[in-house]
Design a protein around this ligand. Sequence first.
Ligand SMILES: [Cu+2]
Length: 111
Amino acid sequence: MTEYAFTDKFLTINVGDSVVWHNAGSFTHSTTANATDPMTWDYTVAPGANSPAVQFTTAGVYNYICKFHIADNMWGRITVQPIVPEFSSSIVAVTGMLAIAVGLMIAGRRK
Ligand SMILES: [Cu+2]
């Protein structure tokens, strides 16, 4: 975070990853989650300091703000991607093959 901005404003991570905010500006800022999200945090970060680490254990999209400078449009977004287990990709592959089989059947009827 710097004056009135989070960098990167849009951050994509995986479930289990942690995020630390560093205040590279000369004013105090905060990283404050939306209170209705599945995970919440609210840390005030002094100039030159780091926030505590926030570990994201639930996939989803988290919008957060600096509560001191929301009027200056100081917000960011973290997208937490689920870790896809092996069996899920197998299901996708099977579904894809079924779709191809249905397509062949339809093509066959048109002859
Ligand atoms: Cu701020």
